[in-house]
Design a binder for this molecule. Sequence first.
Ligand code: ADP
Length: 182
Amino acid sequence: MKKHILFLGAPGAGKGTQAELLSKKNSYLHLSTGELLRKEIEMNTNLGIKVKKTINRGELVSDEVVLEIVEKNLGNHKKGWILDGYPRNLAQANSLNEVLNKINQPLEVVFYLDIPEEILIERLLLRGRKDDNEETIKTRLDIYKKTTEPLVKYYGRKSLLEYIDADRDLKTISIDIQQKMA
Ligand code: ADP
């Protein structure tokens, strides 16, 4: 059973939902940088105040900020962990490698949730989170294509990639992922 897992895919692909299901089922830590950042905003912490505008514009917060969050939280797991929303660019992927080497817990699989862009936009508009309006969605998809999507090849070269067709119902996708975890 794989214990050190990464979810990759565009905003709206369903990473958060699938990561949550999988983490509950296996008692793994679900580490979503987006969720953790939104919590900081809700609680009005210094960090939250610092990142609020950036997030609401649909842009990425700095690599240093997210790295700190990841380092702080990865140590707390017991059985395994699932990263969702991190890394989002090559620099973050390299930092992650270093962190994981240090704690001696290398990535075992990267699930790439693939889905057509029209469906993404529909889903995000339906979700209606504060950073889900037409303009920020466009920004986030543009940033995704330019800076995050290259990670698909990066992890492909490392032979870690498992392709998941994310244009199916939630349960079917979940079963598919479970089977590929074994
Ligand atoms: P989505 O998958 O819909 O983009 P997330 O919850 O993963 O939603 O992220 C929401 C926002 O949080 C992003 O648009 C970005 O501003 C910020 N964020 C999350 N993870 C990172 C990261 N690894 N690097 C930089 N910014 C991030």
